[in-house]
Design a protein around this ligand. Structure first.
Ligand code: F6P
Length: 547
């Protein structure tokens, strides 16, 4: 495979970009009344409108040519069929298998995995049913009422986001809580008000070596034992989700109470595996299954639809267009759906931990930008906070707006206003407001022309700013599964184009290595050790404050 910039389509896109620099979407809509139909895609209840982008049919042709020259189709097949596409860790990447039907068989590294997946799901389901039916009880015989998921990163963000988003589907008998931060404030605040006799802890950690999770797990165990005074209580109040049986046993959890998954499930892609136990406990098995089915529907689409009609491919390639040709650095995500308030933190890990890389599979530093900075917040809150910069700032910011046609909790006409605001923002980004219009408005309001002329530039909206809109019927488990898988595959597409490994995360290691000696140095009786001047200064200051 040639380096990205050596691919013929890259060159074509560079020339095309030069020709597009003055492209104005407003003209394009005027000239083509069918632009919306041409530049939108539907899958199930999800509509992707990508017509408000700085693109022509030629742009898409060139972008899809780049995808083909990048071997996207064969890479996609390699992922689905279990090849070791995580090439720096020599692992398959098979979160898609977790949500696929049990047939046909799929062999990975000589092992048929479909049966393993079915067995793991059956184990989870058995436990969910037992807890909901009250046959799994706490040590003192009381039913479990509160479940605390202790995990971080991929062992927290996905399940926490899904449970929050689908709270309206939650069962009554049990309440889920999520603790991730090493800061003791997080666990303490969660435990306050919980009864150890009716609380179950899920220790969620792929590796079972993560500092934050183990620290919180040990504190939770101490909290439980200080109330129940019997080490045997651990077996009724702690379960583990992990790939590391040895470490689970060493912590004191019986491997019979361990729900397994495999090294071919990346942490940020793991909510479909045993890591989703908290989701199944919160929502019940039927809704968890619907989530998996929604993701599978998106997988099928991603695997089989032609590139031009493929939602994740189109979203991914639009991101390439902006990041690599227009030079954008960030991507805004604005769910006009309060239930998706945790989507942005989830997508931050999914996208930035996957594509925040600078070395290609040729083991060389890349000479182009890779993953964007993902940011955003739910609408309409963002409008009253940072949208100023999106509309009038100097940077071009590609954006995704997500909104449901129907809200399950209608209050008066609030949802109508929510929808209207979502559409109004994308319209404002597109249309903008010219200086002439602003000036005329000011004069019409009675402002002297001279003053109006001076003020007008401040009130101009440049417009021609891009957005995608993802419109769905309502946020149910199936739709949420589709949306999450859509973003997973978008990230995959971009990783293939950038020729990076989207499935490792070596960039998190250095900080982990440096923390223990600093932890040691905070002890005033220990030498401060060898650190840079700033770190030494900070250590000294902390020691002094605590002296
Ligand atoms: O440090 C980053 C990371 O490894 C993420 O990739 C992962 O999701 C998170 O930590 C938690 O890891 P684990 O599930 O092994 O505790």
């Amino acid at each position: 495979m040639k380096a990205l910039k050596q691919l013929p389509a890259w060159n074509v896109l560079e020339q095309h970009y030069r020709a597009m620099r003055r492209f104005d979407m407003r003209d394009a809509f005027r000239d083509d009344p069918r632009r919306f139909e041409r530049l939108s895609l539907r899958l199930g209840s999800v509509l992707l409108d990508y017509s408000k982008n700085r693109i022509t049919p030629d742009t898409l042709t060139h972008l899809m040519q780049l995808a083909r020259e990048s071997a996207l189709e064969s890479q996609r097949e390699a992922m689905f069929s279990g090849a070791h596409i995580n090439f720096t860790e020599q692992r398959a990447v098979l979160h898609t298998a977790l949500r696929a039907p049990a047939h046909p068989p799929l062999t990975v590294d000589g092992v048929e995995i479909r049966q393993d997946i079915a067995d793991a799901l059956a184990h989870m389901r058995q436990f969910v049913d037992a807890l909901h039916q009250g046959t799994w009880r706490g040590h003192t015989g009381k039913p479990i009422r509160h479940v605390v998921n202790i995990g971080i990163g991929g062992s927290d963000l996905g399940p926490a986001m899904v449970c929050d988003a689908l709270a309206q589907y939650a069962v009554d008998s049990v309440r889920l809580h999520f603790v991730s931060n090493l800061d003791p404030a997080h666990l303490s605040a969660t435990l306050a008000g919980l009864d150890p006799e009716t609380t179950l802890f899920i220790i969620a950690s792929k590796t079972f070596t993560t500092l934050e999770t183990l620290a919180n797990a040990h504190s939770a165990k101490a909290w439980l034992l200080s109330a129940l005074h019997d080490p045997a209580a651990v077996s009724r109040h702690f379960v583990a989700l992990s790939t590391n049986t040895q470490a689970v046993r060493a912590f004191g959890i019986d491997p019979a109470n361990m729900f397994i998954f495999w090294d071919w499930v990346g942490g940020r892609y793991s909510l479909w595996s045993a890591i989703g136990l908290s989701i199944a406990l919160a929502l019940g098995w039927t809704h968890f299954q619907a989530l998996l089915d929604g993701a599978h529907a998106m997988d099928q689409h991603f695997r089989n639809a032609p590139l031009e009609a493929n939602l994740p491919v189109v979203l991914g390639m639009l991101g390439i267009w902006y990041a690599n040709f227009w030079g954008t650095d960030t991507h805004g995500i604005f769910p006009y759906d309060q239930r998706l308030r945790l989507l942005v933190p989830f997508l931050q890990q999914l996208d930035m931990e996957s594509n925040g890389k600078n070395v290609s599979h040729a083991n060389r530093r890349v000479n182009y930008n890779t993953g964007p900075i993902i940011w955003g917040a739910p609408g309409t809150n963002g409008q009253h906070a940072f949208f100023e910069l999106v509309h009038q700032g100097t940077r071009l910011i590609p954006t995704d707006f997500l909104v449901a046609a129907i809200n399950p909790t209608p209050l008066a006409d609030q949802h109508e206003w929510l929808l209207a605001n979502c559409l109004a923002q994308t319209e404002a980004l597109l249309k903008g407001k010219s200086r002439a219009v602003v000036e005329a408005e000011l004069v019409a309001q009675g402002m002297p022309r001279r003053d109006a002329r001076a003020l007008a530039p401040h009130k101009v909206f440049p417009g021609n700013r891009p957005s995608n809109t993802l419109l769905y019927q309502t946020l149910d488990p199936h739709t949420l599964g589709m949306l999450i898988a859509l973003y997973e595959h978008k990230v995959f597409v971009q990783g293939v184009i950038w020729q990076i490994n989207s499935f490792d995360q070596w960039g998190v290691e250095l900080g982990k290595q440096l923390a223990p000696p600093i932890r040691h140095a905070l002890d005033p009786d220990q030498p401060a050790g060898e650190h840079d001047g700033s770190t030494l200064g900070l250590i000294a200051d902390i020691r002094q404050r605590r002296a």
